[in-house]
Every structure is written in C-alpha cells, then in structure tokens.
Design a protein around this ligand. Structure first.
Ligand SMILES: [Zn+2]
Length: 230
C-alpha cells in the first residue's frame, strides 16, 4: 500500500537501505564491537574535506569559511559510513591544509598530498566535500559534479543527485567538469557541493547540525543507491 501510494522506486530502495544500515549497526552492537573503526564491509570510502589552512575556499555572507564547514561535514559523513561498517579514510582531520609550509606552490602540494592519501587508501569510491557559491544570492541546494569522461564517476554523481532531487524537489543534473582529485584518482569520484554560502539563508542553515546531518545522510543514501539501487 505504501509502495503504491508513493509510486517511487527511489523511496522504496532507500527505505530498504536504511533498514539494512540499522541491521549492520545492530550486528556491531550484538557482537560487542565498537561502532567506530570496525569496518565490517570490505569497502573503503575516502572522504576529502576540501581546502584547509590558508586556503579557506568560499567565504560565506557572515564570514564562515568553506574549509571549516567542509571539515565538519566530512567528519559527520565519515561517521555515518563508519557506523554502517564501512572503512573510511579521511584526507584531513584538522583545519590545517596538506601543503606543509604555506610557501609558493602550496596549492599544488596540497592537491598532490590528497592524491597520495587517496592512492594509498585504494578506495572503492572518493567523496570530496565542498560548499558552493554563485554570483546571484538566490541560488541554493546541493549539486554533485564528476570528472568529464568518467562513466563510473557519472553514475555515482547521478545517484547522489537523484537522492538530493528527491529530497529537495528541485530537479538538477549531476554535472561534468575537470577536478584534480577526480581526474587523478582511479576510483569513482565526485565533488559534492553541499549548498551555497553565497545564499545568506542557506549559509546560515548549512551551519546547523540538523542541516549538516540531513545532507550527510542524503549523501550516504546516494552511495547506497549507487551500490544497490536500480
Ligand atoms: Zn570548494
């Protein structure tokens, strides 16, 4: 009845996946395993918090730095995957950049270090977390990008965007582009722009734990849709 009423395959798949996620957590508890750092699934997710250190990324209308929000979202997202039994590797766990000294060429060194961490992890997927900006303040909502020419990246990005679209009611396409961390890694990789800091309302919302948790759960559901959905 519920299925017929919804008439939405995505919703049904997500309900099944959330139940599966809860079952995994229950399994960990039943075996007296700590929910964290106890990979139950042979599947590694690299979570890349964009920017950091002297590279703050986009600055919000109220002065909030994208790099700080990215780190907060990356940690939240990683915890969701860890609790579900996935192996998670983070490119950065502090507010510092990955470039060493803040001297000439720091951005290039930062990106190379991210590539090294991703390569070493031999991940199944890579999710790079960012916040967006646009000249006009009205634009809002999550947007997913992938490396042009990567079919796997496109499939992962489309699954994430599909969940976002389903939740927000705004229909957007996952978009192709050229991004170092996606181009230079061999696994399916995406850039997740969680929302627009250039939109004052969304900028404020993005800084609340409720909004962060929701976006991160949507990303997790998108990955589940990519892995198990139709
Ligand atoms: Zn960014």
């Amino acid at each position: 009845m519920f299925v017929v009423w919804k008439g939405n395959k995505v919703i049904v798949v997500l309900i099944v996946l959330v139940v599966a996620q809860l079952a995994l957590v229950g399994f960990a508890i039943a075996r007296n395993l700590p929910a964290k750092n106890s990979a139950l699934i042979d599947f590694t997710v690299v979570i890349d918090a964009g920017h950091g250190g002297i590279d703050g990324g986009v600055v919000g209308a109220d002065g909030v730095k994208e790099s700080d929000l990215n780190l907060d979202y990356a940690n939240c997202l990683g915890q969701i995957f860890e609790r579900a039994g996935f192996n998670v590797v983070y490119t950065r766990k502090t507010s510092n950049g990955l470039y060493g000294l803040p001297t000439k060429g720091f951005k290039q060194r930062d990106m190379q270090e991210r590539k090294r961490i991703i390569d070493d992890a031999k991940p199944n997927i890579m999710l790079s977390v960012h916040m967006n900006k646009f000249a006009a303040a009205y634009r809002s909502g999550p947007q997913v990008f992938y490396q042009q020419g990567s079919d796997d990246g496109a499939a992962l990005a489309q699954s994430l965007q599909r969940v976002f679209n389903d939740v927000t009611g705004v229909q957007r396409e996952a978009l192709a582009g050229d991004y170092f961390v996606c181009r230079e890694t061999s696994c399916p990789s995406v850039i997740v722009e969680c929302g627009f800091l250039s939109n004052p309302e969304e900028c404020a919302a993005l800084q609340t734990p409720e909004h962060r948790n929701k976006i991160c759960q949507d990303v997790f559901n998108g990955v589940m849709l990519y892995l198990y959905g139709g």
